[in-house]
Design a protein around this ligand. Sequence first.
Ligand code: FAD
Length: 307
Amino acid sequence: MLGPVILAASRSDKMRRFISAAPGTKQVVDRFIAGETVDQVVPVIQDAAGKGLEVTLDVVGEDITTPEQAAAARDAYLELIGRLKELGLGTRAEMSVKLSMFGQSLEGGHELALANVRPVVEAAAEIGTTVTLDAEDHTTLDSMFAIHEELRKDFPQTGCVIQSYLFRTEEDARRLAAAGSRVRLVKGAYKEPASVAYQDKAEIDKAYVRVLRILMQGEGYPMIGSHDPRLIAIGQELARQAGRKLDEYEFQMLYGIRSDEHVRLAAEGHRMRVYTAYGTDWYGYFMRRLAEKPANLLFFARSVVTK
Ligand code: FAD
């Protein structure tokens, strides 16, 4: 019940100002956001590497309103990649990007987002790593998949995300499960209408299994993006049935969520990548994390009240 309300609030400027200014917010935000600057995230990557974990880095931000902000987003990723190169961390870290932050929703946004993301993908390839295009709300996906296809002509390792809550996803998975592709499957974190998405948790989970089976039986590289213990076990079983070795798929989880499980799966020999978000424009990302688990909201409310 609370999830959709929080997701609606994630789009409100008034709520953004209120929550950003509330005392106690930072303490809760810090659980999900690894820092504000590149300098603050570097030790987090090093710590993850020490535990046998890989990372995918997200410079938080979305819903920008000017081409200058889109260019600044591109530059923030280029700065990050420059630091990874200096530190020799390119092989441990890949990047996750939201095309809305690169200008996708502005006028001429499709071309603008492609023009802004291309240099990031290029720079990532130069240091031996890659970029995954996150999936945002369903209205953005045709553009995202077209940009993904375009980038893959020069950078075939570019990944993308699909969401099991959408009716379209099984078909997308069939198209994407081809040799050389990298596809992260998640349940989906946006408020979507019943005309395009399952609303019932059990239906979303069942769809997750159907789509994961398609990816595992295909020829691409599946990335299992979930903290759900049942789906993680099913993922391992589907990989086994498809005859995949441990380096032919990976698990991905979010920084700050089920951290013991990150380490446990890595210790079992699985490739585990932690989606590590950092930066100052954390509001949208943070609100989706609250919506996923209403208990987080209670914790948040308590820390605001007790400050
Ligand atoms: P759930 O059933 O929601 O959670 C299972 C268990 O995990 C819960 O019982 C709880 O113990 C724990 N848990 C889950 N979420 C939280 C939380 N916020 N706080 C505390 N505990 C929690 N969504 C998109 O729409 N587009 C994307 O590009 C995208 N990228 C993602 C990348 C990664 C690596 C991951 C892991 C998720 C991503 N998501 C994305 C979010 C995803 O769609 C889900 O909203 C999110 O993962 C919660 O679903 P779940 O599979 O973990 O299962």
